[in-house]
Design a protein around this ligand. Structure first.
Ligand SMILES: Nc1ncnc2c1ncn2[C@@H]1O[C@H](COP(=O)(O)OP(=O)(O)OP(=O)(O)O)[C@@H](O)[C@H]1O
Ligand SMILES: [Mg+2]
Length: 277
């Protein structure tokens, strides 16, 4: 399966989700390929990959100078390989505009190696430009994070859905569209308002990822939170997302169990705050 994180709204949790989803999927039996399609290169930076030492990146692949396999950095996390981005992707995007079949460069480039992986996770920039469109064309499932800190991220979802409708003429099959809430804070009015707005669009979230300072710290420490804090509630949410995407039927049965675990953790955290532990 190929998952694409997309929203033209910036800062909603696309990269955080791509990294932690890939890490959670990689902990299973299969192999995962993460593709950084964002010139900001946040994904590879947060994985501790130093861009200036890379001989080949997605830039070379999309420019036709290298095969996708040559750009793969292996084992950035257990079970996870990555194709890195670079700042020059913006220039490549502009050059693609003049090309015939410009929406399919990424899909064609990845085609020779996707069979080597069980899951592919693509991170995209905060716009619906040609790089994002190239990723959307490949997607089995488009994942749209909606931030509970920012009501405008619901608008990002509406625009993404409209873009997918327009792209349907370029594809034989329609990709699935799924949402998740990020920076979710149970009990906060804005979280409840955004949760309801997303449900009203007919796209109730697959998971609600709680807001935690540890997410930002993990980025700075160059290790996915799902690996550094395997029992934390953010990891739990991303595990739940990975399970839902890997096996939607199985998860429905597990979900109740997961939420019990999550509720247990909240009680535990509350007790710790009150100094009872
Ligand atoms: N669950 C969370 N709790 C707390 N902070 C979070 C959470 N998820 C994401 N963040 C923070 O929100 C900010 C934006 O996250 P992220 O970079 O994943 O968004 P993005 O959609 O990829 O942004 P961009 O559009 O710029 O690529 C980061 O500082 C990240 O640490
Ligand atoms: Mg990002």
């Amino acid at each position: 399966m190929l998952f694409v994180l997309a929203s033209q709204k910036g800062g909603v949790g696309k990269t955080t989700t791509a990294i932690n989803l890939a890490a959670c999927l990689g902990r299973g039996d299969g192999r995962v390929l993460a593709v950084d399609c964002d010139p900001q290169s946040t994904m590879i930076r947060q994985l501790g990959i130093e861009g200036r030492w890379l001989a080949v990146t997605l830039v070379d692949v999309l420019a036709g100078r290298a095969a996708a396999g040559d750009a793969v950095v292996a084992d950035v996390a257990p079970g996870v390989d990555v194709i890195p981005a670079a700042r020059e992707l913006s220039g490549v995007e502009m050059a693609l505009v003049a090309e015939l079949g410009r929406e399919r460069f990424l899909s064609d480039a990845l085609e020779p190696i996707t069979a080597d992986y069980d899951q592919v996770v693509i991170d995209t920039p905060p716009n619906l430009g040609l790089l994002t469109v190239n990723a959307l064309i490949c997607a089995d499932v488009v994942l749209a994070p909606v931030s509970c800190e920012d009501e405008a991220s619901v608008q990002g979802l509406v625009e993404l859905r409209a873009t997918l409708a327009k792209l349907s003429r370029l594809r034989d099959t329609e990709p699935g569209l799924a949402t998740l809430l990020t920076r979710w804070a149970p009990g906060r009015v804005l979280s409840a308002v955004i949760d309801a707005a997303v449900a009203d669009l007919g796209l109730p979230p697959l998971v609600r990822v709680p807001t935690r300072a540890a997410v930002g710290q993990a980025g700075a420490q160059h290790i996915p939170l799902a690996l550094s804090a395997p029992d934390g509630c953010v990891t739990l949410a991303y595990e739940q997302l990975a399970a839902e995407l890997a096996d939607p039927v199985q998860l429905r049965a597990e979900r109740a169990l997961s939420w019990d675990r999550f509720a247990g953790e909240l009680v535990h955290a509350g007790a710790r705050l009150r100094g009872e532990l």
